[in-house]
Each structure stands twice: as C-alpha cells, then as structure tokens.
Design a protein around this ligand. Structure first.
Ligand SMILES: [Fe+2]
Length: 235
C-alpha cells in the first residue's frame, strides 16, 4: 500500500520536511541544505541511513525555479513569486539551458543571435575580490546573460518598488538581467567548484555600483518598467 504524508516542523529554526512512501523516508533539512534518504524497518521501529544529497540537487528541484521577495520579515516564510511576476516587476528573464551541450542549445543560440551577445566570459576560480564585486549592488549598460554551469548561488535583483527579489540558481539556469537593473550575486556552497558563463555584447563590460541613477540605460530601464514594457509574460 502506498501512503504519503508530509509535515513541516519548525524547531530551533530548523525546517524539516518528512515524506514517507512505503519503507523509504525522505528527510529534507532546509537549514543545512541537505537531503537524507532513509529506510524504515518493516515495523517502522528503526530507521537506516541510506544516502545524503545536497539540497540543490537538480533531481529534487526539477524545473521548479524558486524566486522570492527578500525582506527581513519574510525570512522564515518567504513570499515566493512566479517567473512571470519576476519578469513583470523587474524585467528579468529566466531560461533553462542544456549545460552539457550549451553551445548547440537552440534556445541559447537564438537569444545570443537576437540580442547580439556573442562574447563569452567564464566566471570561475573566483577570489575574494571577485566575490565582493559580484555581491556589490550594481548594474550594467547592456543586458547581462548569466548561465550556471556548476555549483549554485543566488541572484538578487531590485524590483520596480526597489525591493530585493532573490532567485535561486543551479546548473542550467540562465538569467537575463536587463541593462540598468540593479543586481548582485552570491555563490552558495563551494566557491572553488563554481562555474558560470556570461554572454556579453562586448568585452568593455563595466559595472556601475549603486547609487548611479543618471546613466541613460538606467533611466530607460526605469521608463520601460513603469510604462508596462514587461507586463506581458514571456512566451
Ligand atoms: Fe552584474
């Protein structure tokens, strides 16, 4: 007989999600970002350890991308938003790319062609100064394409109300951040193993840290946001 039940427990700020199917138990510890697969004895009196997996394993996340409003009050109960809402309130686009074969991925090829972002820049071997640079709020003059190849992290982008929206990214996730949109990025987990790619319009790729609201690209971006340019969901 197949039975499943899920309950959430909050204890010492540790969030657990437990699911039982037949004799297997999936235990998710959100705080430590680990999944455990356990096996129950036939009478359910004992539990045997089977496997430990990282939380960002794409097998578990599948195609569900998580984005949420980042504010102090929402730490324990994040207000998740859809990718359409992300686009509507910030202009940020999300695409899923085949990382094993990204050079031939038709979607990526199309985007690069359409937006003329032909220059490829590797994001890896990040040192402390790189990490600080990525995590400092800034914008660029042109759209920034960011593809995650290995590892995971968080992109924070400012929405039209100047609130942070956080997007969790794992391998295969491509974000297109519009020129003039303030954002920052932080690697989650092992920095040495992180690998990403940027697709750029040119190599003269500058970052403009906040505050810097006088550039034309910034003014144009804000105009587009408030004129409803991003109101219709991307196909
Ligand atoms: Fe950037």
């Amino acid at each position: 007989m197949f039975s499943t039940y899920i309950y959430r427990c909050w204890r010492n700020k540790i969030k657990l999600l437990l699911s039982i199917a037949n004799d297997s138990v999936l235990l998710i510890c959100v705080n430590t970002r680990l999944y455990y697969i356990l096996r129950l004895s036939p009478d359910y009196s004992q539990i045997f350890f089977e496997k430990k997996l990282p939380y960002n394993n794409s097998f578990f996340r599948g195609k569900m991308v998580r984005a949420w409003l980042l504010s102090e009050e929402k730490v324990l109960t994040p207000k998740y938003i859809s990718l359409d809402e992300l686009y509507k309130t910030s202009g940020v686009e999300y695409y899923q790319i085949d990382t094993n074969n990204y050079e031939d991925d038709p979607l990526l090829k199309n985007l690069i062609e359409q937006r003329d972002n032909h220059f490829v820049n590797k994001v890896e071997h990040l040192d402390d100064s790189d990490l600080i640079k990525h995590n400092t709020e800034h914008y660029h003059e042109h759209d920034e394409f960011r593809l995650i190849i290995h590892g995971c992290g968080y992109f924070d982008v400012r929405d039209k109300y100047d609130e942070w929206l956080r997007v969790e990214v794992i391998p295969g996730d491509l974000l297109v951040i519009p020129g003039g949109c303030y954002h920052r990025f932080v690697v989650d987990g092992n920095v040495e193993e992180f690998k990403g790619l940027r697709f750029l319009k040119d190599y003269g790729y500058k970052s403009y840290p906040r505050p810097n609201d006088e550039m034309d690209c910034r003014k144009n971006y804000m105009r587009r946001l408030y004129n409803g340019a991003y109101d219709d969901p991307k196909e």
